[in-house]
Design a protein around this ligand. Structure first.
Ligand code: GLA
Length: 654
């Protein structure tokens, strides 16, 4: 699976259908040779040496003007080496001097898949399933060591990358750009496929023919975002669903990101993905490290469909974890579109009774259940149930619902704080805000500073108290604004906060997963604003979009399907006219669209006619009959032009 050719210092990673190759050359530069269809040969034909004007030459090359890092394909291009393309690593020292040339030091080949401390990453189910290659590079002047990590799941055609940058020197230095993955192509005519959107209309498919220049997408919002998903595909210009070469990169990270495709002067293409540069300025003191979040890569020579299957299989069984990875998820009735903030305990009981009679498994109480929360301007941070509104304690309400044979789920938004809350009055310094400036509000709320230990402790304890006090078996973990003020009142290095926030979030989620393994968490960020492989590591399903209109959902599901499995996409049937679009669609259409997902309803069942109730009973039965094929089978996109059509096929093809 991983081979090293000592003569030529060539590293080869084989998967079932692909090969990845690189070489530490005579000067110690780590050059990329090949990523494509499986080959047994040596691919150093990829390197060509020609004198090219204004492409500078490393000092070590002496009078050889044919050697230039400006045109050679590289594994981890860094700024200041004479490569004037966009680079992965930009570093400056204390004097502000930029530049960090990296030379090869050594390698290790390990069985099993590496893991990343504090960050989500692909895992292997047993050691035979995976291998790890670590290549070490260093820069002597700065004392910077870069450990490049490669993981391989050969049967799944998956290769992952990450990197750990350490200060092994005597003085601090600062990273202003850190990407994770790069593939340099020496030739090819490519299209780039990305997924853009906005709130309530996420992950729209867009295919662009690459022309000269730098094409970038990303998020500066401290979240992976509704606007661009951290996933992209580079494919041959004529590739289709079932033919042609294509390469995918998917970021296992839920914060800001940057993805780039650059077509340069000699028709070569560089494809890269990693952390956003915006508000990132990460100083490492001697002895300190930073880890570049993981990127999952796959290659398909059989078009987009095979590439999709590779990602689906990897995310389902090597990213999603816990018992809900393998068991069927509950069919829920969520209260949001039925009640918004306007409800009482009695109303909930009536809805739950009716839901039970239709065949629903779980009642999910959305926003509005805690003291002071009768609109979205108040009380975030104060996670105490409103006993008056609920007609008793949360534990009592859940007890009544459980007694009907229904399980219970609850909405929370733990990363946020309302200025109008007890928490803010006690701890204004826990909100991200810049001293001397008024913070920007988003949905009337501020973001809690999860880079702080005391804030993480408070958030964890608030959630633990809810889970200990009532039989809550599901949490909808929401996140309803972008981060603007990147400032922590407890830090000396503000350039670290945007990254440390995300480590903080992952720490809290990991603690909840570990201590409450029977609780299913559904991710959400105003719908699908944090629909990424990082969240899926902790929350095996995500609310796909706040838009529940069946027609709009077809294109949202279509775009989402390229990188993410159906089991990850929470989808609910809601009422008509639809609350977001006003459109009227048949109940059956709404069902057919939502059944391609982690299924549920988001309406008041008490208000349904008898005919509608009967239809819903049939829908739930039909979903239960087919759901294994839907959530674990193979997914095929059949059409998206004049009409949408997709197909679920059982693994054995029957
Ligand atoms: C976000 C979610 C919705 C709902 C509301 C509650 O917008 O995406 O589904 O939970 O918050 O305030």
């Amino acid at each position: 699976m991983i081979e090293y050719n000592d003569d030529k210092r060539i590293f080869t990673i084989h998967t079932k259908n692909s090969t990845y190759q690189m070489q530490a050359d005579g000067f110690g530069y780590l050059l990329h040779l090949y990523y494509g269809r499986r080959t047994l040969g040596v691919t150093d034909w990829a390197l060509s040496y020609v004198e090219r004007g204004f492409s500078v030459n490393p000092y070590d090359a002496g009078n050889d003007r044919t050697y230039s890092l400006d045109v050679l394909p590289q594994e981890f291009p860094s700024q200041g080496t004479g490569d004037f393309r966009s680079t992965m690593l930009n570093v400056h020292d204390e004097s502000g001097t930029y530049g960090c040339e990296l030379r090869y030091v050594g390698y290790e080949i390990l069985t099993g898949k590496y893991s990343l401390s504090g960050l989500p990453a692909v895992y292997a189910n047993d050691n035979d399933e995976a291998g790890t290659l670590i290549i070490t590079l260093s820069n002597e002047r700065l004392g910077l060591t870069a450990k490049l990590l490669y993981g391989v799941l050969p049967e799944k055609d998956i290769i992952t990358r990450s990197a750990i940058i350490t200060n092994d020197g005597k003085n601090p230095f600062t990273l202003t750009k850190l990407l994770t993955s790069c593939i340099d192509f020496t030739h090819g005519d490519f299209d780039l496929i990305t997924f853009h959107g906005r709130h309530a209309m996420e992950r729209n498919f867009e295919r662009t023919h690459l022309t000269h220049g730098l094409f970038t997408i990303g998020s500066r919002r401290g979240m992976s975002s509704h606007q661009y998903n951290p996933f992209m595909i580079l494919c041959e210009h004529n590739a289709t669903e079932t033919s042609g070469n294509c390469w995918g990169m998917q970021f296992v990270y839920s914060g800001g990101f940057r993805a780039e495709a650059e077509l340069e002067q000699y028709g070569q293409t560089r494809l890269m993905m990693g952390l956003a540069e915006e508000k990132f300025s990460y100083t490492l003191k001697p002895g300190e490290s930073i880890t570049a979040p993981e990127v999952i890569m796959t290659f398909s020579s059989q078009g987009l469909e095979k590439l999709t299957h590779n990602f689906h299989d990897c995310l389902r069984k090597n990213i999603c974890r816990g018992k809900f990875r393998d068991i069927q998820r509950p069919i829920v009735l969520n209260s949001w579109e039925a009640l918004y903030f306007d409800f009482c305990g009695e109303k909930i009981i009536d809805m739950a009774k009716c839901a039970k009679s239709l065949g629903v498994d779980m009642f999910v109480l959305d926003d509005g259940w805690f003291v002071g929360r009768n609109d979205d301007n108040h009380a975030l941070g104060d996670w105490t149930e409103d006993t008056e509104k609920l007609g008793g304690t949360l534990g009592e309400l859940v007890g009544k619902i459980n007694a009907m044979g229904l399980s219970f789920g609850l909405w929370v938004e733990p990363e946020m704080i309302s200025e109008n809350s007890r928490l803010y009055r006690e701890h204004p310094e826990w909100a991200m805000s810049i001293p001397g400036e008024n913070p920007v509000r988003g949905r009337g709320q501020l973001v809690l500073d999860l880079s702080r230990h005391d804030v993480r402790e408070y958030v964890y304890r608030s959630i633990a108290k809810i889970l200990d006090g009532a039989n809550v078996e599901y949490l909808k973990w929401d996140y309803n604004r972008s981060i603007n003020e990147v400032y922590s009142h407890s830090s000396q290095c503000q350039g670290k906060i945007i990254y440390d926030y995300m480590l903080g979030l992952y720490e809290v989620l990991e603690r909840i997963n570990t201590n409450y393994p029977d609780v299913l968490i559904e991710g959400c960020a105003g719908g699908g604003g944090r629909f990424d492989a990082g969240m899926l590591y902790y929350t095996p399903q995500i609310w796909t979009s706040d838009n529940t209109d069946a027609l709009d959902r077809m294109s949202i599901h279509y775009g989402t399907s390229f990188g993410y499995p159906v089991s990850a996409m929470a989808a609910h049937v809601s009422v008509c006219p639809n609350h977001q679009t006003g459109r009227i669609t048949p109940l059956n259409t709404r069902y057919v669209v939502s059944m391609s997902g982690a299924f549920g309803y988001e309406l008041d069942p008490v208000k349904l006619t008898d005919d509608e109730k009967n239809e819903i009973r049939r829908q739930i039965q039909s979903y239960k009959n087919d759901r294994e094929i839907i959530t674990d089978g193979l997914y095929y996109r059949l059409s998206h032009e004049d009409f949408f059509a997709w197909e679920h096929v059982s693994r054995d093809g029957s």
